[in-house]
Design a protein around this ligand. Sequence first.
Ligand code: MCN
Length: 793
Amino acid sequence: MGATESTIANGIGARALRKEDARFLTGTGQYTDDIVLARQSYAFFVRSPHAHATITSINTQAAAAAPGVIAVYTGADVAADKINGLPCGWLITSTDGTPMKEPPHPILAQGKVRYVGDHVAMVIAETLTQAKDAAELVEVDYEVHDAVVDVRDAAAGKGPAIHDAAPDNKCYTWALGDAAATDAAFAKAAHITKIDLINNRLAPNAIEPRAANAVYDRAGDSYTLYVSNQNPHVERLLMTAFVMGLPEHKVRVVAPDVGGGFGSKIYLYAEDVALTWAAKKINRPVKWTADRSEAFLSDAHGRDHVTHAELAMDKDGKFLGLRVHTQAAMGAYLSTFASAIPTILYATLLAGQYTTPAIHVVVDAYFTNTAPVDAYRGAGRPEATYLLERIVTRAGWELGLSQDEIRRRNFITSFPYQTPVALQYDIGDYNQCLERAIKLADIAGFPARQAEAKARGKLRGIGLSSYIEACGLAPSNIAGALGARAGLFEAGEIRVHPTGSVTVFTGSHSHGQGHETTFAQVVASKLGIPYENVDVVHGDTGRIPFGMGTYGSRSISVGGAAIMKALDKVIAKGKKIAAHLLEASDADIVFENGEFKVAGTDKKKAFAEIALTAYVPHNYPLDKLEPGLDETAFYDPTNFTYPAGTHIAEVEVDPDTGVVQVVKFTAVDDFGTIINPMIVEGQVHGGLAQGIGQALLENCVYDRDSGQLLTGSYMDYAMPRADDLPSFDVDTVVTPCTHNPLGTKGCGEAGAIGSPPALINAVLDALKPLGVKDLDMPATPLRVWSAIQSARA
Ligand code: MCN
């Protein structure tokens, strides 16, 4: 790897305590809602109470006359000012030759509402209470239509068209792989395993709900939008170029401290545009912070797949072919990245860790009268992993093979490996992860634990999942070949100050991942300077050259690589300065442990001395060397990174109540070179909590007839609590990524990707003696108990 082996404290590999925690733990972080501006006004949105309706009239007079109200806006006002709808579906085209349907997504409803929570009007007042009170006075008449909220209903042609542009509610069809080769593989199969499963819809539930505060500066005819967002540059690009028609340099987007996103804050949302537009109209700052109910209704949800799959094997359980058909819900409108999730980030991962030679997958995406569906931690990859790891375990059981043996027989063992679904894995060691996990989970001791549980009347089961994911989104060459309209590079700027301290400006955005710490560790190691002398700036389009934000576990591998490239430029220039000062040739200067040395001599200059010289350059030839030591680099990865691992869940089921208790959870992951093991463990723990949440507790439920969200509060949407989770056993295997300068692979999503199938496999393993063969997530007590009753009947 390119990073120097660090001898300094808190360099690469150190468990450095998080720099950002000083402000978070002392309550001095600054979140969007903490920003209070002079002449601040407050917005509140009137949202649709219906899943599908035509707006026959809106009367805003009473609301406009209510105390404290500054303005009330509807879709007509937005249209009059020629504000476009949100850009959508910019990532993919249908593969059946028909264009993907990209119906307009208005900022405020234009004649129709399409889900409960859709934006109908915006009320702006002196106080939030006044805005809320006035919103009650906005009179909206609706002609209510039937709604279609379940993707299976949409696929079956039930329910009226949600958009004129998509009369059958179909958004696109996307296929990947070789259908003929897959048919041929099935024709020669000795055994075929089939599965039908649902990947449950999830609400993202960041601790900090979405919030925005828009300011217009009349003197400069410019805007600043403070927004709780993971992706400020892309937010600005989409808002200016596609929606508002503003010059990009007139808009500054600042994402200050952000209290979690999990994917749900990557997108440009209607509220962000509405506030920015209104700030100019009323010439006052306008603030909005979602309450938890609004978050449930209007944050983009995740998952929501219905899948049928078949796995063909020879008599020894060697995989020959995989055939997959998935129906994916898009929700009422296409959210920013929605179309890329069940396609580029799902279908391409269906080889998993296995040598399956022929794969064919078809994804049909449909509009439904629900909140839009987009990325949620893992985004596409948990859905692929859940399907694969369920069907592989089932196949093993049908063939009489243990969960580890069927995997072992099919693992990819030599690299690079070209899958039949477009990706080329650069490196990995799946057997090592599996064997380490088996040991750590003490599978050898499981039969005794199972017998002991049985004596207490409990059913104990064990479940495996060997996942792989594609992270480091996204190499432009691969994304382009798969039909995406853009790849996702990253930018980094290194500003070396005259005293030798460094400020790093990165296009990545930290909203819990600890970049201020890990990126500083990288810079400290590479430059051989104290970690305390490095500060990291992120989340501000006014300060950072460009950026594609944080999602897809891309930041260290893509953002970190951009920083490494910029550091290389800094060192290259430093060598020139050192060569001049040391009266040597550039080629003879080496840079080691913070010192520029003439190779083979004891002549050297410390990094800080070179930095000072760069800013006080009277003693070097200014016609050959510019002053300053400030470098920017852009990095477009050549491949994804491929974190992989094996997760093992052990559960106990109470057959009388259906309650599942996770008694042990083991995760052995390969994230390549690790910058900060403590942060990585934290990321894995968080992901596991979310994966366990999906497997056992969480589910967004819409009433199938009325389209009302039935799980719109924490009374009905069950989040995992501490006592739902065991103490995790985690370990890592290191196969450094071969194509980024740090050797890193992403770790931010692995926990949420690997764990759900391990848990459901464990529950099914426990229920095997009772004859239960199938179970959908979440495995709630009611579902488990019902499955037991059905099997007994
Ligand atoms: N890291 C490391 N060594 C590695 C890999 C990563 O030390 N080999 C460190 C990184 O330097 C970074 C952290 O681990 O500090 C996560 O890095 P990475 O895997 O690159 O992921 P990102 O920083 O791009 O974060 C995105 C990822 C995603 S996609 C979701 S969703 C998610 C997640 O991170 N959302 C989160 N973790 C979250 N954590 C919190 N607290 N809040 C969220 O919203």
